[in-house]
Design a protein. Structure first.
Length: 106
């Protein structure tokens, strides 16, 4: 399945619009990861553990989006938007949402 942030696919016609689809992933933060990330913030550098969590959440949200599009009979999702939010007490959870339009392209 093709997933793109653009509103069309160059060289392909959209044959049918199936509707809006979305996928979500909510992941809890880990106490030890938070501790090491805060140390990393003090000494500088990238936080690989948080980057992995963000990547996993994004892949999960896009996977859900693709599954919902397939259920509608789509073979592509266009105009995909990714949104990242922290939720819960003290921002203890990360939510990633992927939303777009399920379509059938030639």
């Amino acid at each position: 399945m093709l997933v793109t942030t653009t509103h069309n696919v160059e060289g392909k016609r959209i044959l049918d619009y199936k509707g809006l689809v979305a996928g979500e992933a909510i992941l809890g933060a880990n106490l030890f990861r938070d501790l090491f990330a805060s140390i990393r913030d003090i000494v500088g550098g990238r936080s690989g553990s948080y980057e992995k969590v963000l990547n996993d959440a994004r892949e999960t949200a896009i996977g859900d989006l693709m599954a919902r599009a397939a259920e509608l009979g789509a073979n592509a999702v266009i105009g995909v938007d990714l949104d990242y939010e922290t939720i819960g007490s003290n921002g203890s959870m990360l939510m990633v949402t992927a939303a777009g339009t399920a379509v059938v392209i030639e």
